[in-house]
Design a protein around this ligand. Structure first.
Ligand code: ADE
Length: 254
């Protein structure tokens, strides 16, 4: 079972994790998610977690001490859980920040291999640089825009990782054909009715020919990627037949 610890000033925001596939994954014992309230690790009567920046300027900066104390406390469970704490932590300690490496499906796959993850959600202007330099092992951004805090970003990462855990999705291998998992965008999907307001489902999908259906799906995935995200074609693994079909697309013949 994977364990995910999340350190946040807003644990209430994480109700999304209690529904649907993420909830099922937890009750099925695939993942154990623990929320930790950063303020619980702050000292003093006011349990202050943030202060104005040295040097002036706007906004507040998260203080290092509550974050270090929290992470050290949370990782104590390493020992309890037979994961001895080593000088370089065996499990990723990830800071959610717009300055992190851009999150992708392949990072989700990489994170899904770990037994344990710890996500730290920033808030306000940012976190004290010593957290970056001396505590975290990784920094992840979910995109080139700025959120008010790392909570939504952490939920994005948890969602993308947990659905990859074996058994999390109902259908066998459903995650393998996802957009991005194959390096391509997925093509169109259809369900009943076969005729909706006069708009028909492509005949090949109703033909029952597994080979033709697979070929059509591959071609439609290539077409969609060609149209919308041609940049992905530079890194996708392509067969000779794929390349031939892309040639047809380029020539306007498909
Ligand atoms: N915190 C604020 N903005 C963020 C982003 N884009 N990604 C990750 N964490 C964030």
């Amino acid at each position: 079972m994977m364990r995910i610890d999340i350190l946040t000033l807003l644990p209430e925001a994480f109700t999304y994790l209690n529904y649907s596939i993420l909830q099922r994954a937890q009750t099925a014992g695939l993942v154990d998610i623990h929320l930790h309230y950063l303020r619980d690790f702050a000292t003093g009567r006011h349990r202050i977690t943030d202060e104005p920046p040295f040097g002036g300027g706007g906004g507040m900066v998260l203080k290092p001490d509550p974050i270090f104390t929290a992470v050290e406390n949370i990782l104590q469970d390493h020992q309890v859980n037979d994961h001895p704490l080593t000088p370089s932590p065996p499990h990723p300690i990830i800071l959610m920040t717009p300055q992190g490496r851009p999150f992708t499906q392949s990072i989700a796959q990489e994170l899904a291999q770990h037994k344990r993850l710890l996500l730290i959600c920033g808030r306000y202007e940012g976190v004290d640089e010593r957290v970056r330099q001396r505590l975290v092992t990784d920094e992840i951004s979910i995109g080139d825009y700025v959120l008010t805090g790392g909570e939504l970003a952490a939920m994005v990462v948890v969602d993308a990782v947990v659905r990859l855990l074996p058994g999390a999705l109902g259908a066998e291998g459903a995650a393998e054909t996802d957009s991005h998992a194959t390096g391509l965008l997925e093509g169109p999907h259809y369900t009943k009715p076969a005729n909706f307001r006069g708009w028909e489902v492509p005949e090949v999908l109703r033909s029952g020919h597994a080979g033709q259906i697979a070929r059509w799906r591959r071609q439609e995935a290539l077409r969609r990627t060609w149209d919308r995200r041609p940049d992905l074609l530079l890194t996708a693994v392509l067969s000779e037949e794929d390349k031939w079909f892309l040639g047809q697309l380029a020539a306007g013949e498909a």
